[in-house]
Design a protein around this ligand. Structure first.
Ligand code: ATP
Ligand code: MG
Length: 305
């Protein structure tokens, strides 16, 4: 029987983009299973920052955290955004009555008293944010050691026996106010998610200027160690152009892994889950797991950059 032009032959299926994608994903899954991951034994503190809104800070925070847990790390996410999106995605309580990071910053409540365990894993912890944090930006202005509140609280937490953490990841709001300054002062490393869209680099020089200012006056160890390209749509030339441009400026900081734009990634928070728990075999979850392996293996804390 003669085959019509519309009927795909079996060979055309195996050559199709979707088949190539499936083959690529399963090869990457296998590579992840055999990837060598050695934790340093030290606590690495990251702040995920970009004053541009909606670039994937929170998504990156919670998914990198869960991906790090999946390779054996114990991780604390500090939700420093009054929107509380990281707390939602990690499935922890953060209603107005919850004792939260607000109480740590303003009322000197110990961090240990507010840390909750995510239902996803006993090694995935979260210091939740509540709506009260919206007022903290102003309340902090008149406080003693207002830039060091979070740093002090974290130091006290880590000094308690049994509280060892491999990673602390702080989710910042999209602004450069006192909350973000507290995160910069508490962290060693800055992770910048960059959305592969128009105006991706807008505001980046201001962010780098702020990091330099903090380095000089408040925290000499702070450095931009990691840039992660997110919401990458391989079908558009623009995404490729943005990725190339970012790589040409920040060759050492940009991770090889790129996070694709993926429906599974955007759906997961509405189930109070990270994409690692929601659909661990999806393209987005695999990319975040690859990024986590890279982060562990390219530890820049001691080198500086
Ligand atoms: P804000 O500045 O408001 O804190 P943000 O930088 O934390 O925002 P997110 O909340 O992480 O950004 O992401 C913004 C939106 O983009 C969300 O709706 C999120 O679900 C979606 N998103 C993030 N990453 C991806 C992705 N890889 N694929 C699809 N959607 C994504
Ligand atoms: Mg956010």
């Amino acid at each position: 029987m003669k085959q019509s032009d519309e009927t795909p032959s079996s060979s055309s299926f195996f050559d199709s983009p979707i088949a190539r994608e499936i083959a690529d994903l399963s090869a990457r899954r296998r590579a992840l299973e055999s990837a060598k991951v050695e934790l340093s034994g030290r606590t690495r503190v990251f702040t995920v920052s970009n004053q541009k809104g909606g670039v994937g800070k929170t998504t990156t925070t919670v998914n990198i955290a869960a991906a790090l847990v999946s390779v054996g790390a114990r991780v604390l996410v500090i939700d420093l955004d009054p929107q509380g999106n990281a707390s939602t995605a990690l499935g922890v309580a953060h209603n107005a009555e919850t004792t939260s990071i607000y109480d740590v910053l303003i009322n000197e409540v110990p961090l240990a008293e507010i840390v909750q365990t995510s239902p996803e894993s006993p090694n995935l912890l979260c210091a939740p944010s509540t709506i009260h944090l919206a007022g903290a930006e102003i309340e902090l202005v008149s406080q003693v050691a207002r830039e060091h509140r979070l740093r002090g609280a974290l130091r006290d937490y880590l000094a308690i026996d049994g509280n060892h953490l491999d990673f602390v990841i702080i989710d910042c709001p999209p602004s450069l106010g006192l909350l973000t300054i507290n995160a910069f002062t508490a962290a060693d490393e800055v992770m910048i998610p960059i959305q592969c869209e128009y105006y991706a680099l807008e505001g980046l020089s201001q962010l780098l200027g702020s990091v330099q200012m903090i380095q000089k006056h408040l925290n000499p160890t702070l450095h931009v160690s990691t840039i992660l390209l997110t919401m990458y749509d391989g079908r558009t030339r623009l995404a490729q152009q943005v990725a190339d441009e970012v790589r040409s400026h920040f060759a050492n900081e940009v991770l090889d892994t790129v996070i694709p734009r993926s429906v599974r990634v955007s759906e997961a928070p509405s189930f109070g889950q990270t994409v690692i728990a929601y659909d661990g075999q999806s393209a987005g979850a695999i990319a975040y797991r690859e990024a986590a392996v890279e982060i562990v293996n390219r530890d820049t804390t001691t080198k500086g950059s």
